[in-house]
Design a protein around this ligand. Structure first.
Ligand code: SDX
Length: 431
């Protein structure tokens, strides 16, 4: 069967060009436009890359119409129910679920690389006590190439593995150091006997004056949230990591770029914005007022935690997290959570509103996650840091895929220029 192609015709000149169509294992075909400019002298235009495939990937697939998400072919619902975050990390990085021995070895490697270079810890003293934790985490991760320059040869597979283990292992420690700095408490060193989520809770809430007993329910809830936030195709921050890495920049700087992109309220910063919004709404009787504000084109207010570039159906992660909210709040003995009740009513009202129905705006991953973080005692300013900890494995997996991509080259988009045409300089005395 001949390869599928699209025929493009210039309506003015009648010139035609044939573009190859490439098919994936699942999902929409893509039009290979790499020959377009050479053949026609034109570029394509796609602000925000809503209809542009920036790469070929085997890591994660989303069907936005059906509300499906799968990591390396495994539906996220099954991984959420049956797997663990450390196992999902192995899956995303290596493409297959690990054997018992492979998982044990990977888990042990991560557990034994959680400490930071001791002088890195001094960086936190340079931040003001009220520095936003995301600013601290982005800054310290960006500094890591200064401490770990012995493994930044991006073309050495061994260096790429060491980088992956290091950054995965150290993100919770960096996050915990940032948190402790904001509460002016002493930093709690990681413990190798604790699992990923338990270690994080220990570093967040442990104090030198007494033994800290990690709550099993809290650790399980955190592990679930980490699984659900681990990866999500070519989202804004992952594309940023790929773009930064495509210049050959050291991988720590590429991850720091991803952290910076994630911080935006339109992206990972939305989980913090959702809690602030719920507190701003305050009570159920105020919901209609804020839903009207969200619908008002002249009002910049948006319903944070609603809408998605890809999902035009329920975000499966939001559905799972909403269910987990009920379970976790009950297990933690929180008979009532006004913010959760408010969130449930807000979703119910919004999803009956024509504006949200027509624009296919559903709750996304950020809408309910903060309810659980809050229940675990994690402050709102740390919510996006929690997202960054989980998404680090996705960023690293995509960075590794990009580095070895035979089609890979430096990312350098073009533009539609509408600025002034060439003109001569005018001396200041003549302006
Ligand atoms: C994440 O890409 C990913 O995969 C991201 C992520 C991941 O795991 O990496 O899933 C994580 O970032 C989730 C999204 C978190 N952001 C928010 O919750 C912020 C609120 N949402 C919006 O800002 C918005 O929905 C985006 C940014 C998520 C999506 O923006 P798009 O795809 O550019 O859509 P759009 O802004 O063009 O909106 C389409 C229409 C617009 O109205 P019209 O111009 O067509 O009249 O829907 C409206 C928007 O005004 N709209 C909203 C809305 N979101 C979109 N109106 C009110 N409230 C909202 N939340």
């Amino acid at each position: 069967m001949s390869a599928k192609t699209f025929l493009l015709q210039n309506s003015e000149t009648g010139d035609q060009i044939e573009l190859d169509v490439r098919s994936g294992t699942v999902g929409p075909d893509v039009l290979d436009i790499r020959s377009l400019n050479a053949s026609t002298g034109t570029f394509t235009y796609d602000s925000g890359f809503a209809a542009t495939a920036s790469c070929e990937s085997k890591i994660t697939y989303i069907d936005g119409g059906k509300g499906l998400l799968m990591y390396r072919g495994y539906p996220v619902e099954q991984l959420a129910e049956k797997s663990s975050f450390i196992e999902v990390c192995y899956l995303l990085l290596h493409g297959e679920l690990p054997s018992t021995d492979e998982l044990a070895k990977f888990d042990q490697t991560v557990r034994t690389h959680t400490m930071l270079n001791e002088t890195m810890l001094r960086l936190f003293d340079g931040f003001h006590h009220d520095a936003h934790p995301m600013a601290m985490v982005a800054g310290v991760v960006g500094s890591m190439s200064a401490f770990y320059h012995d493994t930044t040869d991006i073309y050495d597979p061994r260096h790429r593995d060491i980088f992956a283990h290091r950054i995965l292992a150290k993100m919770p420690t960096i996050a915990a150091a940032a948190y402790k700095h904001t509460v002016s408490q002493p930093f709690a060193y990681p413990r190798n006997d604790l699992s990923y989520a338990k270690n994080l809770l220990h570093m967040f809430f442990g104090v030198p004056t007494e033994e800290y007993e990690v709550d099993k329910v809290a650790a399980e809830a955190l592990d679930l949230l980490f699984i659900l936030h681990a990866d999500h195709e070519q989202n804004c921050s992952t594309s940023t990591v790929r773009m930064a890495g495509s210049s050959g920049a050291n991988p720590y700087s590429a991850i720091a770029a991803g952290i910076a992109a994630l911080w935006g309220p339109a992206h990972g910063g939305a989980n913090e914005a959702v809690l602030n919004m719920l507190e701003q709404i305050g009570s159920v009787d105020q919901i209609d007022k804020f839903v009207d504000k969200a619908k008002d084109k002249n009002d910049p207010f948006r319903l944070m935690g609603f809408g998605h570039r890809v999902y035009k159906n329920h975000d499966p992660r939001a559905t799972i997290i909403r269910g987990a909210c009920h379970k976790v709040l009950k297990q933690l003995g929180r008979t009532d959570s006004p913010l959760f009740e408010l969130a449930l009513r807000l979703e119910e009202i919004a999803l009956k509103d024509d504006y949200f129905i027509e624009k296919k705006l559903y709750p996304n991953v950020d809408f309910y996650s903060g309810i659980i973080y809050r229940a675990l005692g994690i402050p709102t300013s740390m919510f996006t840091v929690m997202f960054a900890i989980a998404r680090t494995v996705g960023w690293v997996s995509h960075w590794r895929e990009m580095i070895v991509d035979p089609d890979g080259r430096i990312s350098r988009p073009r533009q539609l220029y509408t600025g002034p045409v060439a003109r001569d300089y005018v001396g200041i005395d003549k302006r």
